[in-house]
Ligand binder design. Structure first.
Ligand code: K7E
Ligand code: CUA
Length: 654
């Protein structure tokens, strides 16, 4: 008895010593800005606002989610490449054209890398761009309305992955193909890949006034896989850098066959030089067929135009514009530091990080120190462009961001950690475990000359035990770090939606005051808008019926419609007459083969319904808009196809 008590006592003592040590260590580790606790740092009191917006890619959701930092609260999902029943995007007649492509209507994509527009290397908060990976497209989201307002398809591409990063004045948003393909597409044996397939790097110009996108040129590169890219900035402005893998040009068993070369390349592209060449009439126009979809806030409608040619540039036609920098080992991320001097290649099969020097690259080019070529494109010598390596930083480096204070933050997928290192000395300063298997990391302004180095968000691929289990399928997990001090401090875990590949963060103050609250009814130019209740009506054109409807708390006008017949195609064109912030109304029709509509104040949207059964069928408002929301309903009488019931409708007290 005595002995066991002694043992227990000594165990207790040992435990208290251990925990004492632990808290001692924690204090050390936490000696950041204020050494306050994590909970305080992420607490945003009720009614208070977050300091940053984070636009997080949804990966296979095809969309973008908007979060607040540091709270990790989700504010909105912005539909981009995928139909979104929550508000009818891709279901309403007005938004269906946004998802039109050369393959027809495509209701889904895999969205990867959001990037915010810049002016003089600073985030200007006008637009977010993001790439559709599967059916190659670039989308633009307007940060006044947080709506997708433009999508351009990228021809001659497949797996649009080294995208969508913007140059320092948003001259271009760049899209590079991951898979090389026959250009133009043709029916040839797959094993003729080597030498025949091409990799298109597309430079999409962005109009400085209205942001309109158009493909300025496509650079037709050798048939490698172009994985990621980043623009030069500052001294390297005018250049763009792309990581490649499968420089072996294998077409099967890539996990073995594309890992043969000790080094692949970072392709350095002098886009200013090519732009000049193109402006002087260079390049070849090639037949193409790709969709350009534009949404207007005035007509509340999108149009889709097919474009029939694209300008193609062969890199050999523009000497001095493209060079290859050997980079070990199947590099994934390609990141450029805020000064524009360092180009970091994250060799995903390597333990070291490769840091290239822009200055050394220019010197080597000027001195023509080439080490052969690939399809005529000069290869520079590894030693001539290397600034140095970050030795044994971790296993499986993927992506790097910067804090603007001279440090890089690299994610390591295999060793599952975020590693902070000094750009000049390339020494590791700190490492923090990630739960689990981190992919991208985001520091607000990370792809710009002026990052906001207060927080880093790592986006993890595996969630496992971080949250309450939800069956086999889990949301991914993000982790927020305070990076204001010497050591990083883990503050918060929060789930994300889909599979985030990168995110773009920005101080809230840059965009929040410009955020639009309503659409002005007086400016509504929708061709089927009903601006006065007295104009509400129903018109028949053959078997098409157009309902010009209005909605305001708490009724639809008209709310009784008769004379509809089985086999008709009924278009409900509904205009929301509210002019107050945050008073949308919804519209749902029984048996409609689509989603509801969620209509913002001042906006017109159209739902198509094909009644299939005789009867009296209800419709209703889906958004609890007032105390009399449940009364916001109506009926449509559907008669047999051969019936003579006259078209009629109620206008109510108006
Ligand atoms: Cu940027 Cu996920 Cu598309 Cu790496 S990729 S993780
Ligand atoms: Cu309108 Cu509920």
């Amino acid at each position: 008895m005595k002995i066991s008590l002694k043992i227990i006592a000594s165990l207790l003592l040992a435990t208290s010593i251990v925990s004492c040590n632990n808290s001692e260590q924690k204090k050390e580790g936490n000696r950041g800005a204020l050494a306050s606790n994590a909970a305080e740092k992420v607490y945003v009191a009720p009614g208070e606002h977050d300091e940053f917006y984070a636009f997080i890619s949804g990966g296979y959701s095809g969309n973008i989610t908007v979060y607040g930092l540091p709270s990790g609260r989700m504010f909105k999902e912005i539909p981009v490449f995928s139909q979104f029943p929550t508000n009818g995007y891709g279901y309403s007649e007005e938004t269906k054209p946004m998802l039109n492509t050369s393959h027809g209507f495509i209701p889904w994509d895999d969205a990867h890398h959001p990037d915010i527009s810049q002016t003089s290397g600073k985030l200007d908060g006008r637009w977010v761009f993001i790439n559709g990976n599967n059916t190659p497209r670039i989308a633009k989201i307007d940060l006044k309305t947080f709506e997708t307002t433009e999508i351009i398809e990228v021809p001659n591409s497949a797996g649009n992955h080294s995208s969508s990063f913007v140059t320092e004045n948003t001259e271009y948003v760049v899209a590079g193909t991951r898979f090389s393909v026959p250009v133009p597409q043709q029916d040839i044996p797959i094993n003729e890949y080597k030498g025949k397939f091409k990799g298109a790097l597309s430079f999409i110009s962005v109009d400085p006034e209205d942001g309109r996108m158009s493909i300025k040129f496509q650079l037709m590169m050798p048939g490698f896989d172009y994985d990621l890219s980043h623009p030069g900035r500052g001294k390297s402005h005018g250049w763009f850098f792309f990581t490649t893998y499968n420089t072996e040009e294998a077409n099967t068993l890539l996990e073995v066959n594309a890992s043969q070369n000790d080094k692949d390349f970072i392709a350095a592209v002098n886009w200013k030089k090519i732009e000049e060449y193109v402006n002087n009439g260079g390049g070849k126009k090639m037949p193409a067929n790709y969709a350009h979809n534009v949404y207007s806030d005035e007509s509340h409608s999108a149009t889709s135009t097919m474009i029939k040619e694209v300008l193609v540039v062969d890199p050999l036609e523009v000497p001095g514009a493209v060079f290859l920098l050997p980079t070990p080992k199947s590099p994934h991320g390609c990141d450029v530091d805020p000064s524009g001097e360092y180009i970091i290649g994250n060799g995903k099969l390597s333990a070291d990080l490769t840091v290239h020097s822009f200055t050394k690259m220019i010197n080597a080019i000027e001195n023509k120190k080439f080490d052969g070529d690939a399809y005529g494109i000069p290869i520079l010598k590894f030693e001539d462009v290397l600034a140095g390596t970050v030795k044994q930083a971790g296993l499986g480096p993927l992506h790097t961001e910067f804090d603007g204070k001279g440090n890089g933050y690299t994610t390591f997928f295999i060793s599952s950690e975020l590693v902070k290192w000094n750009l000049e000395t390339r020494e590791v300063i700190d490492r923090q475990p990630n739960y689990y298997s981190v992919g991208h990391v985001m520091i607000p302004g990370g792809n710009s000359a002026h990052p906001f180095g207060k927080y880093a968000v790592s986006m993890n691929k595996i969630t496992k035990d971080r949250y309450l289990p939800t069956g086999p399928e889990l949301e991914h997990s993000a982790q927020l770090f305070d990076i204001s001090g010497e050591k990083m401090e883990l503050l918060l875990d929060f789930p994300t939606h889909g599979e985030p590949h990168y995110a773009a963060g920005i101080p809230a103050e840059i965009i929040k005051d410009r955020s639009q609250k309503i659409y002005k009814l007086a400016e509504n130019k929708h061709e089927y808008a009903t601006l006065a209740n007295g104009d509400a009506r129903v018109e028949r054109k053959g078997n098409e019926v157009h309902v010009y409807m209005t909605m305001i708390r708490s009724h639809f006008t008209p709310d009784n419609i008769e004379g509809i017949k089985v086999g008709d195609k009924v278009y409900f064109h509904i205009t929301n007459h509210e002019q107050d912030f945050d008073v949308p109304h919804g519209f749902a029709m029984i048996g409609a083969n689509n989603a509801e509509l969620l209509i913002m104040p001042g906006q017109t949207k159209t739902l198509v319904w094909k009644p299939k059964q005789v009867g009296v069928w209800p419709f209703y408002c889906t958004d609890f808009c007032s105390a009399l929301h449940q009364e916001m309903q109506g009926y449509v009488r559907v008669s047999p196809k051969a019936s003579n019931i006259k078209l009629s409708w109620s206008l109510g007290e108006d």
